[in-house]
Design a protein around this ligand. Structure first.
Ligand code: SF4
Length: 358
């Protein structure tokens, strides 16, 4: 199966667009101010919700001078209901920037447009192509999806590093003659034909050469894997001492710090659990009568790639050894301070020992 050549790909999309495009007011203008307004309003906003705002803004502020001269409170009031108010403040700021630095004329190239506040690569490409016909490809979620599916791109679109790959591909596909129509077409195609869920593959003009369709990967592409969010954990370390020695255990392999040594610990949902509950749980797990103990007061923190650890330490002098079967089942052993110095330990444990024992 061959893939589309750039010209057949763009021709098919432009042809499709001519038959399926939705009539939206910002598509019938080459005024960079109106295009910019629509792009900022439509960021994080659905077309149906953004449309009345676009019309109201244009009516109230027909030119960039009107917007620049408006009081900020008024702009924010007109924006009310759209959310993400920093967009409105940026909009107002950029209008002033255009008036003061560019005499009210929007810059006419992609590179210069990027100098304006709140204008990133997507908006700059949209204005440069729609208003000035500069052949620079737009890249929004719709475009990523169409390109990943049609050309079989498996790069994770949520990873910043993938942007370059898609940007390069997109810029080889954009035609020099109708870059504005092509950019509109590919975004519209992603919005209504090649949708995230249940795309209309059956009646798709790209079906014959679409990699995802031909390989049964429509539900797999694009790959979008968000970076795992960092998990906050709270460790309560009980530093159990007996006759000048301290209990430590070698950490098992199914968690962080595999094979390093640390103290007996209980993991809790909060940094400061109820002391009574903690004492009861410790007594039960260790097989000893409940004994009162309190934290040394300092919180130790450590950040790993996907976890943030906060730990508290409790110094406990035991008048007896733990029962042998408990020592074994938990993996605890008594070590002298000298022996502990030589053991591999997480930095957090090392810091605590440094402050209290070494
Ligand atoms: S065949 Fe399906 S997946 Fe491929 S471009 Fe068309 S709608 Fe998208």
């Amino acid at each position: 199966m061959a893939s589309e050549t750039p010209s057949s790909f763009s021709n098919i999309l432009i042809d499709w667009y001519g038959r399926h495009r939705r009539p939206l007011p910002w598509r019938d203008t080459t005024d960079p101010y109106a295009i910019w307004l629509s792009e900022i309003i439509l960021q994080q906003t659905r077309v149906r919700q953004g449309l009345p705002y676009y019309l109201r803004f244009l009516e109230q502020y027909p030119t960039v001078f009107d917007l620049a001269n408006a009081p900020e409170d008024e702009v924010l009031r007109l924006w009310q209901g759209l959310g993400y108010y920093s967009r409105a403040r940026n909009l107002h700021f950029t209008a002033k920037q255009v008036v003061e630095q560019f005499n009210g004329e929007f810059p006419s190239t992609y590179r210069e447009l990027l100098l304006l506040k709140g204008i990133g690569s997507y908006t700059a490409a949209a204005i440069a192509s729609f208003a000035y016909k500069e052949p620079v490809a737009v890249l929004d979620g719709n475009v990523y999806r169409v390109l990943a599916r049609v050309f079989g791109k498996h790069e994770n679109i949520a990873a910043p590093a993938s942007k370059k790959v898609f940007e390069e591909l997109a810029n080889t596909l954009i035609p020099a003659t109708e870059p504005d129509t092509y950019n509109q077409a590919i975004m519209e195609f992603g919005a209504i034909q090649c949708t995230p869920v249940a795309p209309d593959c059956l009646f798709c003009p790209l079906q014959r050469t679409c990699f995802a369709f031909q390989n049964g990967l429509v539900n797999v592409l694009p790959v979008k894997e968000k970076a795992k969010s960092s998990r906050q954990r709270f460790f309560q370390y009980l530093v159990l001492q007996h006759q000048g020695k301290i209990y430590l255990r070698k950490r098992p392999g199914n968690d962080i710090w595999q094979s390093l040594y640390d103290f007996f610990s209980l993991e809790t949902d909060t940094l400061h659990p109820s002391p009574e509950a903690l004492q009861l749980e410790a007594a039960e797990t260790l097989g000893i009568p409940p004994i009162p103990f309190s934290s040394t007061g300092k919180v130790y923190k450590h950040i790993l790639s996907h976890q943030r650890i906060s730990a508290q330490f409790y110094l406990i002098s035991l008048p007896f050894r733990l029962r042998e079967e408990k020592e074994e089942s938990i993996g605890l052993r008594l070590y002298s301070v000298e022996e502990i110095e030589a053991l591999p330990k997480p930095i957090l444990i090392h810091s605590f020992l440094n402050e209290h024992f070494f």
